[in-house]
Design a binder for this molecule. Structure first.
Ligand code: ADP
Ligand code: GLC
Length: 480
C-alpha cells in the first residue's frame, strides 16, 4: 500500500512527547513490512538541523491559499530508509522557532495559521508530486484538517488524491480550538462553518473535523477508545466521538525495539538483558553520579520522565513530596514544558538537593538512563491515551507505578492484586492512592525475591510494534 502520514512530530527529527515515537515506529514498521510510506512533518528548526535533513532535496515551491491571501513555502524531501520518505513542509516565519508549539508559558498566537498551512502544504504536495495514496493517515489536531482538505482539493481539481483517510487521536485534550474567524483561513465550504462541521461553541475546533470526517478513526489504546466517549475523559468532544462509535478502534502503541532495548541501547553506559542484569547496576551508578548522589547508594531510585503538563499527574507527585523526603530513596526527574511545574520541582530540589534531582530540559540520553538506572518509574497520569514510558520501563526492568487510566490499564498489572502476573503498581489517580502505592513500592523493594520476580515478568512482556503495525494494516485493508 501507499500510505501518507501527516503529523506534527517525528522521532528523531522533532519530538516533545510520545507522538514522535509512535509515528516514527508505525511508519518505520510499515516501511519494513514493504509498504511505500511518506511522512509529512512541519519543517521545524530542529528537523532542519538534523543531519538527515542536510541531504534533503527541495522538491517544490508552495503557494498556499490562506483566506484571501497566498503564503509561500517550500517542501524538502529525504529518504532515511528503504520505503520511507520524509517530507518537510517549510516556511521560516512559521517553523523556524525554538519550540514546536509555544514558549512554555503560552502557545504561539499563530498556531492556527501554522498548522492550517502545514495541512494545505501536505495536500498540495500530494497533488503536485502525484503521490496517489491508498491511505492518508493523519495524527492529532495538527493533522486533523486533512480528511476535509483532501476531499476539498479533489473536488476543486477533479483528481483523486487518496482512497481513504484515517485519523488517529493521540490526545483528545489538545484540540486546536481557535476563534471562529480562523475558519476563513481553511477556505473550506461555508456549510462546514457550522455545528455539523468545525464549529464548536462559537469557536473553530480542528480536532472535531478529523473525528467527524475521516473514513476511520483510531486512538492509541482500547481503554482510551472507551474513555473518550464519556464526559469525564472526552474533553467536551465525547458526543462527537460517540457519533463515530462504530468506526473508532483503540490500537495500542508498541515499543520500538531498535530504539528502546536495554540489550542494544547505545545511549546507555552499559547494556543488559534479563539473563545478565549487571549492566543495569552500571546504569544505576551512572545515574546516581549524574545527579550528584553517592554512587554507592543502596535505597530505591524513583524515576520520572514527563512532559511538564497537568496530564502527567505531577500535582499528585508533588502532594507526596514528604514520602521522598522521609524515606531512604532518591527521586530523579526529567521534564520540560509548563513553567509552573518546573518551578515547583525546583522548589523541591531546594528543600532536599541530596534526595531530589531535576533536569528541566529535553534530553534523550538522560531519558534512557532514567529508564535503565531507576528501580521504579512513576507515572501517576490523570489521563493517559496510551503512554509509552510505562512500557519502556517494563522493557528496562524498572517497575512502573501508574494510575488506573487509559493505556496504563491496558499495559500494566498490579503486582499486589495479581501476585502471579503483576508487573507494576497501580493507583488513583489521586494523591492519597499514589501515596499508598509508594508505600507498597517500599515493601516490594525490601522483598528482593519478589522484586526480582516482578521485574522478570515486566521484562518478558512483548510490546513490539509488529503487533500494532499489523492491526493498522488490517484497518487500512478493511477500509479500502
Ligand atoms: P506523552 O506523549 O503524553 O508525553 P508518552 O509516555 O507517550 O507521553 O511519551 C513520552 C515520550 O517523550 C517518551 O519517549 C519520553 O521518554 C519522552 N520524553 C518526555 N519528556 C522528555 C524529556 N524531558 N527529555 C527527553 N525525552 C522526554
Ligand atoms: C500522546 C499521549 C500518550 C501517547 C502518545 C503516543 O502524546 O499523551 O499517552 O502514548 O500520544 O500515542
Amino acid at each position: 500500500m501507499k500510505i501518507v502520514h501527516a503529523a506534527s512530530e517525528l522521532f528523531p527529527y522533532v519530538k516533545t512527547g510520545g507522538l514522535a515515537d509512535a509515528v516514527a515506529s508505525l511508519a518505520g514498521t510499515l516501511a519494513e513490512h514493504g509498504h511505500e510510506i511518506s511522512v509529512f512533518v512541519p519543517g521545524y528548526r530542529a528537523a532542519l538541523e538534523h543531519p538527515d535533513a542536510a541531504l534533503a532535496e527541495k522538491i517544490l515551491r508552495l503557494k498556499i491559499e490562506m483566506g484571501d491571501e497566498f503564503l509561500s513555502g517550500d517542501v524538502r524531501m529525504f529518504a532515511p530508509r528503504k520505503n520511507l520518505k520524509v517530507y518537510l513542509i517549510c516556511r521560516e516565519e512559521f517553523f523556524d522557532r525554538k519550540n514546536p508549539y509555544g514558549t512554555g508559558e503560552r502557545d504561539y498566537e499563530d498556531n492556527a495559521d501554522r498548522f492550517i498551512f502545514f495541512c494545505k502544504g501536505v495536500v498540495e504536495t500530494m497533488r503536485v508530486a502525484d503521490l496517489q495514496a491508498d491511505v492518508v493517515h493523519c495524527h492529532d489536531w495538527q493533522g486533523a484538517l486533512l480528511p476535509l482538505l483532501v476531499r476539498d482539493a479533489e473536488r476543486k481539481h477533479g483528481v483523486t488524491l487518496a482512497v481513504k483517510t484515517v485519523f488517529t487521536i493521540h490526545n483528545i485534550a489538545y484540540q486546536g480550538l481557535f476563534p471562529r474567524s480562523v475558519f476563513a483561513r481553511t477556505n473550506l465550504p461555508d456549510d462546514l462553518n457550522s455545528v455539523d462541521g468545525l464549529e464548536y461553541y462559537e469557536q473553530t475546533n480542528l480536532l472535531k473535523g478529523g473525528i467527524m470526517f475521516a473514513d476511520r478513526v483510531t486512538t492509541v489504546s482500547p481503554r482510551y477508545a472507551k474513555e473518550i466517549q464519556t464526559p469525564e475523559f472526552g474533553n467536551g468532544l465525547d458526543g462527537v466521538v460517540q457519533t463515530r462509535e462504530h468506526d473508532i478502534v483503540g490500537l495500542l502503541n508498541g515499543v520500538d525495539m531498535a530504539v528502546w532495548n536495554p540489550a542494544t541501547d547505545a545511549l546507555l553506559p552499559a547494556r543488559y538483558s534479563m539473563a545478565s542484569l549487571g549492566g543495569k547496576l552500571m546504569c544505576r551508578a551512572e545515574l546516581l553520579k549524574r545527579c550528584g548522589f553517592p554512587v554507592g547508594f543502596k535505597g530505591a531510585i524513583y524515576g520520572v520522565v514527563a512532559r511538564f503538563a497537568e496530564q502527567k499527574g505531577l500535582d499528585l507527585l508533588l502532594a507526596n513530596q514528604d514520602f521522598f523526603l522521609s524515606h531512604d530513596c532518591r527521586l530523579v526527574v526529567l521534564g520540560a514544558g509548563e513553567k509552573r511545574y518546573e518551578d515547583a520541582m525546583r522548589a523541591l530540589v531546594e528543600i532536599a538537593p541530596d534526595r531530589v534531582s531535576l533536569s528541566a530540559k529535553l534530553d534523550e540520553s538522560m531519558s534512557h538512563l532514567i529508564e535503565a538506572g531507576s528501580d521504579f518509574f512513576v507515572m501517576p497520569s490523570l489521563f493517559e491515551p496510551c503512554g509509552l514510558n510505562q512500557m519502556y520501563s517494563q522493557v528496562y526492568g524498572t517497575i512502573p507505578i501508574v494510575s488506573r487510566v487509559g493505556g496504563l490499564i491496558d499495559t500494566v498489572t498490579d503486582a499486589d492484586e495479581f501476585p502471579d502476573s503483576g508487573t507494576g503498581l497501580m493507583c488513583g489517580p489521586n494523591a492519597e492512592s499514589l501515596g499508598d502505592a509508594l508505600q507498597r513500592s517500599m515493601k516490594l523493594f525490601a522483598d528482593k525475591p519478589r522484586l526480582a520476580a516482578v521485574q522478570r515478568r515486566a521484562m518478558m512482556k512483548d510490546f513490539s510494534w509488529h503487533v500494532a503495525a499489523e492491526a493498522y494494516e488490517k484497518l487500512y485493508q478493511e477500509s479500502l
